[in-house]
Design a protein around this ligand. Structure first.
Ligand code: HMG
Length: 389
């Protein structure tokens, strides 16, 4: 019998501020239906001047360490595509902020929004090798497109932390996986840019091709039949994308695309992403949190996961929800992370969007804005300085 490994705990954090899409629409004259219905977004999280992927990640992971301790964690894998350093893993800062043991390996992983799924799969491999160990997987990103570009409506920020272990309390991750890689330039960010470049419509096509490709491989590898899944968690750059993807999957399988059935399969996965926006690597796992927090009992039911990262790499895999999972959920804290955000007006958002540290090598202090437990207090001697508050 194969051993059970998967997600033992999941916690997330998001930015200090929230920009409603009504504010963006008022500014650029867009009919609000395009945002609320056309792309399925209500608002987006905006990090404070003293927040970044490290502070979000530490905030997401701290409750996991508080609940489980760190004795069994020997690996931290930090997935991001908004990296803050070309050499040092952002995970090392988190390791320090959380006081994790020195006998830990810490590494950063990148492949656009797919990175966290690679981290999860690598973590499962490590736990399989030594089932006594746990792996802390962190997905943390700040999504930024150029101001006044079509991508602007699909920004956001969040971090998800997951503890991967033997006999998980939430979701057992199954074999096989369906895999897909294609060299496409649908979305990328050269080292000299703070914002991503994207061919928006091409990126949607590339995502749909990846849905097909992963499903084909998943089936060939002996995966479950489509009808077996109780729900599907898709990567959600905007929530309408999950609807497009699922419709495409049904079409590809020659199945009916009944609106109610599609809503039943993915509706509950979209609530958090709809109000936080694109959180890149974290997005598909926020979909899981949203599903688990809202659905009627899912015990024993398989969930399909479709993780897509531009460029592109994608994976389809299944997870089965574990008996007793509801006692381990963090529903109240999750809802609080969203509700506690402070509204920012359009001018305030624009100001935050355009901020970055000067590149002259000087020392700079960051304005104190976040009310979260960790902050980026500034830069000194080319080093980022973080503080627990
Ligand atoms: P756009 O050109 O501004 O919007 O770009 P549009 O004209 O395509 O309209 C969007 C939808 O709104 C359309 O619906 C319109 O009909 C509808 P669709 O035809 O798609 O079903 N619409 C309305 N609906 C109701 N009332 C109205 C109304 N007006 C129009 N009044 C786009 C939209 C998403 C392309 C843009 O925001 C963008 O470029 N975003 C960034 C790229 C992106 O998110 N791509 C998704 C796939 S790639 C991916 O997921 C990876 C990624 O996360 C990165 C990574 O992996 O790291 C991005």
């Amino acid at each position: 019998m194969s051993i059970s490994i998967g997600i033992h705990d999941l916690s997330f954090a998001t930015g200090e501020f929230v920009l409603p899409h009504t504010a963006l629409a008022d500014y650029n004259g867009t009919e609000i239906g395009k945002y609320h219905v056309g792309i399925g977004q209500q608002s987006m999280s905006i990090p404070a001047a003293d927040e970044d992927i490290v502070t979000l990640a530490a905030t997401a992971a701290a409750p996991i360490i508080a609940r489980h301790g760190s004795d069994r964690i020997r690996t931290v894998v930090f997935a991001t595509e908004s990296s803050i350093d070309q050499a040092k893993s952002a995970g090392v800062y988190v390791h320090s902020l959380l006081g994790l043991p020195s006998a830990t390996r810490v590494v950063e992983l990148k492949q656009a929004c797919y990175g966290a799924t690679a981290a999860l799969q690598f973590a499962i491999g490590l736990v399989r090798r030594d089932p006594a160990q746990q792996v802390l997987v962190i997905a943390s990103d700040v999504s930024k497109y150029e101001l006044d570009s079509p991508g602007e409506a699909t920004q956001g920020a969040a971090a998800v932390a997951m503890l991967v272990s033997l006999d998980p309390a939430l979701v057992r991750i199954e074999d096989p996986s369906g895999l897909f890689t294609a060299d496409v330039m649908d979305f990328w960010r050269p080292n000299y840019l703070n914002t991503a470049l994207v061919d928006g419509h091409e990126s949607i096509n590339a995502y749909l091709q990846a849905v097909e490709g992963t499903w084909k491989d998943y089936t060939e590898q002996g995966g479950r039949a489509l009808e077996e899944f109780a729900a599907f968690c898709y990567h959600q750059p905007f929530t309408k994308m999950a609807y497009k993807a699922h419709t495409h999957l049904l079409n590809y399988n020659g199945q009916d695309t009944d609106k109610d059935a599609i809503a039943q399969a993915i509706g509950l996965t979209t609530a958090y992403n709809r109000v936080m926006g694109n959180s890149y690597t974290a997005s598909v796992y926020l979909a899981l949190a949203s599903l688990l927090d809202q659905a009627d009992d899912l015990t024993g039911k398989p969930i399909g996961f479709l993780s897509y990262g531009s460029g592109s790499v994608a994976e389809f895999f299944a997870g089965t929800v574990v008996a007793g999972y509801r006692d381990r959920l963090r529903t109240e804290a999750n809802q609080e992370a969203i509700a506690r955000r402070r509204p920012v007006d359009y001018a305030g958002y624009r100001d935050l969007h355009e901020r970055s540290f000067p590149t002259d090598g000087g020392d700079y202090a960051t304005e104190e804005q976040t009310t979260g437990p960790f902050r980026l207090s500034g830069i000194s001697g080319h080093k980022r300085i973080y503080q627990a508050r």
